[in-house]
Design a protein around this ligand. Sequence first.
Ligand SMILES: [Zn+2]
Length: 349
Amino acid sequence: MLPAGAAHRFPGDQPDGTPLTDAAHSAYRVLARKYRPATFADLIGQEAMVRTLRNAFEADRIAHAFVLTGVRGVGKTTTARIVAKGLNCVGPDGQGGVTIEPCGVCGPCVSIAEGRHVDVLEMDAATHTQVEKMRDLLASVPYRPTDVRYKVYIIDEVHMLSTSAFNALLKTLEEPPAHVKFIFATTEIRKVPVTVLSRCQRFEDVAALVRARRDVSLLIEIEQGVRLVKYAPGRIEFEPADGAAPDLAARLGQRLQLWTGVRWGVSVVGSGGAATIAELREAERAGLHARAAAHPMVQAVLAAFPGAEIREVRTADGPEAGPAVLAPAPEAGEDEDDEWDPFDPASEE
Ligand SMILES: [Zn+2]
């Protein structure tokens, strides 16, 4: 173990690793980084998750629960603590706000990293499956945090909870106080009941839910037809994209109610909608292509083989591996995934 605080980022460091002012400082950081990541930027290979969190934090639309999954090569607890630090960091001067670049030196950052902050409660569901433990943990939910913004509950291996423990958790998730955030970590997202997922999500996760229920035609409709205007769990307001079925809102509301057991209000407005999921995915794909095409080696290949073209660009986390947060989608390249996959470009046509 490193001494307390040793793995933290220095306040002057840039998240992209440049430029450092001090060689010793740099060497120290390399050493520290070898042990454990301390900020979002250190979560190598977790770009999708980091992007999701960055967007949520910057838009000040922080979900009251996160599900961490697909986290490979990084301890889930470490990741969860980084999120907890980001939620509660006050910066070296004590004036900072919610950030995806926790400073690592302020009081909350240090004690959270050491796992000893009173308002960051960790529970390993694999060893505490019983409802009594869950009730004990949740008993503190109504009370405000002592000296930080959020009381953060980290529940590891959440899929291991007993049904009654789950139900206790669900009750809390229905109306969580504003000062409470939950971070669920799981290695087996498919075992987390859909009801849990459905109550702690953003619109992307509605798509993930539809996908998990294998309603492919509805999935395609919402990916191509929904321009989101407003979203809260249980309430969706959207502007229909061109060609969207007039009854899409009604059908989506019905299915969501059926699957989640709670009433969903889905309404349509005439303007103000964002890009559709399909458009966002296409833009991302185009961006990857452009970057690949600009690579000198790719250019050399294209020059050497007239007529060659770039057909597909795969990144380390898979071509369409959605956000690692709150995404019940199977990971690219994982076994057991021989079913038809509507997100896989190879099976689309
Ligand atoms: Zn801090």
